[in-house]
Design a protein around this ligand. Sequence first.
Ligand SMILES: Nc1ncnc2c1ncn2[C@@H]1O[C@H](COP(=O)(O)OP(=O)(O)O)[C@@H](O)[C@H]1O
Ligand SMILES: [Mg+2]
Length: 448
Amino acid sequence: MEDNRKVLLKVEHLSQHFKLGKHVLRAVDDVNFEIYKGEVFGLVGESGCGKTTTGRTIIRLYDATGGSVYFDDKRIVAGTLEYKTAIKMAKAKFDAANDALNKEMKALSPEEKSARANEFNEKKKAIADEFNAVKNENIEKIKLARYDHRNCNKEFAKFEVQKVVDKYNPLFEDLNGKIEAAKASNNDAELAELNNQLDTLTKKFKEEKRIASKDRIMNKIQMIFQDPIASLDPRMTVRDIIAEGLIIRGIRDKKYIDERVYKMLELVGLVQEHATRYPHEFSGGQRQRIGIARSIILEPELIIADEPISALDVSIQAQVINLLNQLREKMGLTILFIAHDLSVVKYFSDRIAVMYFGHIVEMTTSDELFKHPLHPYTKSLLSAIPLPDPHYEKKRKRITYNPLSAHDYSKEGPTMREILPGHFILCNSEEFEKYKEEIKELDSKKNA
Ligand SMILES: Nc1ncnc2c1ncn2[C@@H]1O[C@H](COP(=O)(O)OP(=O)(O)O)[C@@H](O)[C@H]1O
Ligand SMILES: [Mg+2]
């Protein structure tokens, strides 16, 4: 795959583990993917596999257990699990080496012991140094992760303030130059007018700077939720629901807020008059449009759409998908589209990741996934897609996926491998060879 495309979101070793009493539920476990700017990236898997948790961890509704998320090259999520694990493993290695040395010493006679005391001390020091080096390195990484976690919004705001300063500096320079000239030529009328302009510019500059100082990188990512009823506060008017993001951003200008709300309503196919109504007065599809309007008001770059149409009537599902497609074009949005079956994502997504129990098992372009579905879980999802052809429907067999019988990972566990350019699959070496053969067979069938 050509890689001149810009990576907008990079998810690296992301893990979200929930403590349930004594157990740990690995809802998301070492998930890796990248989303390019402007693409629709589908995340598909059955209910409970960790899709929503992935989305919620990316937007920091949950603190990640491990791994990182980078948005526009800035780390916005920073877990510490991998660093803590590295320290634990180094400690275990140190303990084992130390025990072995102690045992070796114990077996020696007192004379031998004293003769070799120096040697043992040096060995002990060496393993302790090694452990401390790993420990210190990872403590630094944990500190850095915590710093990034705490400060990514602050650093972003600093950057946004600088952008405003850079925008206004030449304007001030220009105006001040004119003021000097007016002073020099004693043109009092002109001078008064220019001073007025300076006042206005200063006010605008201060307001923009104030708003920029409150900006958060997390505003660039917004989530649309599955349930348009539960996600809209029933006591708030549509205007207040949609405007909430602006108000949190510190915008106070009522007229501006109203204008933006009307613009959003128009963008999602609703009208101004809807602004004063309450969510219960709307149908499911309209409520989802309100949710979408709310999500785009801060002009995000990435939308995480979490099963945005599963709760809707089939008849209006296509309308909402079309709306998302339009917005994607108009606003240059990038979309992480979450779904529990492949039928929806198939046409809508550029690339698809198939998720099973906290892991991504296969990931490639939409076309390639349907051309060469390899992982047995992907095949099982494919077999669940109904087709409008009744003959096919009669013959259609649902393939069930049972990981215990589908894989033998007793000798070698699976890792993510690239089987064709841009086509990744979770497998071990033996399966990798088998999948390669499958690709050949699929291609020869198609060419026959
Ligand atoms: N806040 C939570 N606390 C404990 N377990 C959770 C929490 N949220 C989700 N889970 C569990 O994590 C797993 C993945 O859930 P979820 O991400 O909602 O799946 P999906 O969106 O794919 O249906 C499920 O087993 C779910 O019960
Ligand atoms: Mg979900």
